[in-house]
Ligand binder design. Structure first.
Ligand code: WQD
Length: 334
C-alpha cells in the first residue's frame, strides 16, 4: 500500500485535508515549497492527529527535483493543491502563475505516468465559471473566459488533465471546483494564514476584530442583491477537506477516467450576512464601511451541488455560524 502525495499540503485547504487523511489511517507524504505556508503547520497537524506525516520541501515546478519524490516513495495517489492563488497578484505577475501552476501540474501528471500513480484529485475553482448566467451554478454551466491569470491556470489545468487521461487512461482523475473555503479546524491548531494584507473577506474580518486592521471595507453596497452586497457560496474548509477523501475513494469506482464536481454548500450568502454571523458568534460589533466595488468581482454565485451529493455521496454539513466561530477561534491564537 503506497502513500498519498498531498502537494501544497501545508496550505490552508491542504493542511486540513492532510489531517482528515491521517485520521482515517492513510499514509501521507506532504510536499510543499513553503512559499505560502510554514513548518508550524506541520506541527499543528501532528498535535491534532498525534501522527507524523512525511514531509518534503520541494519546488514542484522543477521536474528533476519533483522526480526524486517518486524515486524514494511509493506514491499511489496525488491530491494536487500546490499553486499560487492570489487573484490580484496573478494579474500583476501572469508568467509566474503560468510557470508555477502549470509546470507543477504537468510535472505531477508526467511523473504519475512514469511511476504508475493510479488516482489524481485536482484543486480547481468556481472561478472557471466567471459571472454565471444562471444560478445555482451546475457543472453544466458553461465555463467562461477566466477573469484572471489565476483563474485561467485552473481552467487550463482541468483541460491538461482531460487531455492527459485520454492518452493515459490508467490514471483516474477528478477536479473539485471549490466555491469559497473559510473557517478553521475545531482545535484552532491550523487555519488560514494569509501572507500580508488579506485579500479574502473572512481573514480580513477576523483581523479587523483582532485589532490588526482598522476597519473592513465592504466592496460595494449597490449590487443587484437583497442587501446590495455580493453573494458567494461559503463552505467550511473541513467539509471541503472531506470532499477530497471521498473523491479519492470515488476514483476506484468510477468508470470514466475523468470527472469534475462543484464543491459548495448550495446556498448563497452576502457579505453583510457574513458580517452579521461574525458579530453574533463573536459577540462583538465589527468596524466596517461600505466602499466602492472591487474590479473583477462577480456579483453573485453559489453552487448546485446535486452532482457531488448524488454521485460522490458528499454533502457539506457545517453552517455559516460554525465557519465564522472556527475562523474567529483560530484568529485569537495568532
Ligand atoms: C468574497 C466577497 C468581495 C474582501 C477568491 C478567489 C477564488 C478563491 C476564493 C482561491 C466579495 C468581498 C472581500 C474585503 C470585501 N480563491 N470582500 N472586503 O473573490 O469570491 O474568491 O477567493 O481559489 O478563486 O477569487 O473571495 O473572500 O476575496 O471575496 O467586501 O476586504 O467579499 O468583494 O464579494 P472571492 P473574497
Amino acid at each position: 500500500m503506497g502513500k498519498i502525495l498531498v502537494t501544497g499540503g501545508l496550505g490552508f485547504i491542504g493542511s486540513h485535508t492532510v489531517v482528515e487523511l491521517l485520521e482515517k489511517g492513510e499514509e501521507v507524504l506532504v510536499a510543499d515549497n513553503l512559499s505560502n505556508s510554514s513548518m508550524d503547520v506541520l506541527e499543528g497537524i501532528k498535535k491534532i492527529t498525534g501522527k507524523n506525516s512525511d514531509f518534503v520541501n520541494v519546488d514542484l515546478a522543477d521536474f528533476e527535483k519533483s522526480r526524486t519524490i517518486f524515486e524514494s516513495n511509493e506514491i499511489d495517489s496525488i491530491i494536487h493543491f500546490a499553486a499560487s492563488k492570489a487573484v490580484g497578484e496573478s494579474v500583476e505577475k501572469p508568467l509566474l502563475y503560468y510557470r508555477n501552476n502549470l509546470n507543477s501540474m504537468i510535472n505531477m501528471l508526467e511523473l504519475s505516468r512514469e511511476f504508475k500513480v493510479g488516482k489524481f484529485v485536482f484543486s480547481s475553482s468556481c472561478t472557471v465559471y466567471g459571472e454565471p448566467d444562471q444560478l445555482p451554478v451546475s457543472e453544466q454551466t458553461p465555463v467562461k473566459k477566466a477573469e484572471s491569470p489565476y483563474g485561467n491556470t485552473k481552467q487550463i489545468g482541468e483541460e491538461i488533465i482531460i487531455d492527459f487521461v485520454k492518452s493515459h487512461p490508467k490514471l483516474k482523475a477528478i477536479s473539485l471546483r471549490y466555491f469559497n473555503p473559510i473557517g478553521a479546524h475545531d482545535t484552532a491548531l491550523i487555519g488560514e494564514l494569509p501572507l500580508g494584507v488579506p485579500a479574502n473577506l473572512v481573514p480580513y474580518i477576523t483581523q479587523t476584530a483582532a485589532g490588526i486592521r482598522e476597519s473592513l471595507s465592504v466592496f460595494g453596497g449597490d449590487y443587484n442583491t437583497p442587501d446590495g452586497t455580493c453573494i458567494r457560496d461559503y463552505i467550511h474548509v473541513v467539509d471541503l477537506a472531506n470532499a477530497h477523501i471521498i473523491a479519492l475513494d470515488h476514483c476506484d469506482r468510477m468508470e470514466e477516467s475523468y470527472d469534475y464536481f462543484n464543491v459548495g454548500t448550495g446556498s448563497g450568502t452576502s457579505v453583510l450576512e457574513v458580517i452579521n454571523s461574525f458579530e453574533k458568534v463573536s459577540d462583538q460589533k465589527l468596524n466596517y464601511e461600505i466602499k466602492d466595488r472591487r474590479p473583477g468581482d462577480v456579483e453573485k454565485t453559489y453552487a448546485d451541488t446535486t452532482k457531488a451529493n448524488s454521485i460522490l455521496g458528499w454533502k457539506a454539513e457545517r453552517d455559516l455560524d460554525n465557519m465564522m466561530a472556527t475562523a474567529w477561534k483560530w484568529q485569537q491564537t495568532l
